[in-house]
Design a protein around this ligand. Structure first.
Ligand code: G3P
Length: 217
């Protein structure tokens, strides 16, 4: 499973990248706002830091303007993935930009039918939003599983990018179902290391080691 980091915070990306945990980055207008940075500048910095795909989202809502914005974003670096919303205009822009050989991430996906349309339009990635479905008492994991089944039924190449991941369980379930990629905030990726029995076991080992009076170095 590929790990994308869902943030525009350079320091957080660099910390995880140094551990080989970053296969790509996803941003969106809300994350750019949170970073307080200029979109073109911060996106370029991220692209210089990370080898894998870096999603940068258009903000136009009409296809021609989305295509123009997508082309401009794609000029930032070779690893830019143009992020487009799952609307009819977004699908038109997806078809055009993917036809030009650009990577496209179709975002704000909340149904399997939407994911099917995005695959038909040539999306490189589809981003189903797990947490936001859970927010309205639906099961985001069912959507990941349904898209996996449909894409496998027909051999679509579009990669399932599990997004809006809020918990370590979302991460685990996405991997179990077979999402190709997950994008998660740095806090969730770091929380995946935690287990109470690891902490307890380490405490015991440290305590017993102290009693030996030995040192390794
Ligand atoms: O990748 C999409 C993600 O940023 C949305 O997450 O937590 O705002 O629903 P969230």
């Amino acid at each position: 499973m590929k790990f994308f980091v869902d943030t525009a915070e350079i320091d957080a990306i660099a910390e995880l990248n140094a551990l080989g945990m970053v296969d790509g980055v996803t941003t969106n207008p809300s994350l750019i706002l949170k970073s307080g940075r200029d979109i073109l500048e911060v996106t370029k910095e991220i692209c210089d830091l990370v080898d894998g795909p870096v999603s940068a989202e258009v903000v136009a809502t009409e296809a021609d303007a989305m295509i123009a914005e997508g082309r401009k974003l794609a000029e930032i670096a070779e690893n830019i993935t143009v992020k487009l919303p799952l609307t009819w205009d977004g699908l038109k822009a997806c078809k055009t930009l993917s036809g030009e050989g650009k990577m496209v991430n179709v975002t704000l996906c909340f149904s399997a039918n939407q994911a099917l349309l995005a695959a038909k339009a040539g999306a490189t990635f589809i981003s189903p939003f797990i947490g936001r479905l859970d927010d309205i008492n639906l099961d985001g994991m069912d959507l990941i599983a349904d898209i996996r089944t449909i894409y496998d039924n027909y051999g679509f190449d579009t990669q399932i990018l599990a997004a809006s991941i809020r918990t370590v369980n979302h991460a685990f379930e996405s991997a179990r179902i077979g999402a190709d990629v997950m994008t998660a905030p740095p806090s969730v990726i770091k929380a995946m290391v935690k287990h109470p029995l690891t902490d307890k076991g380490l405490e015991q080992f440290m305590s017993d080691w102290a009693k030996t009076g030995q040192s390794i170095l």
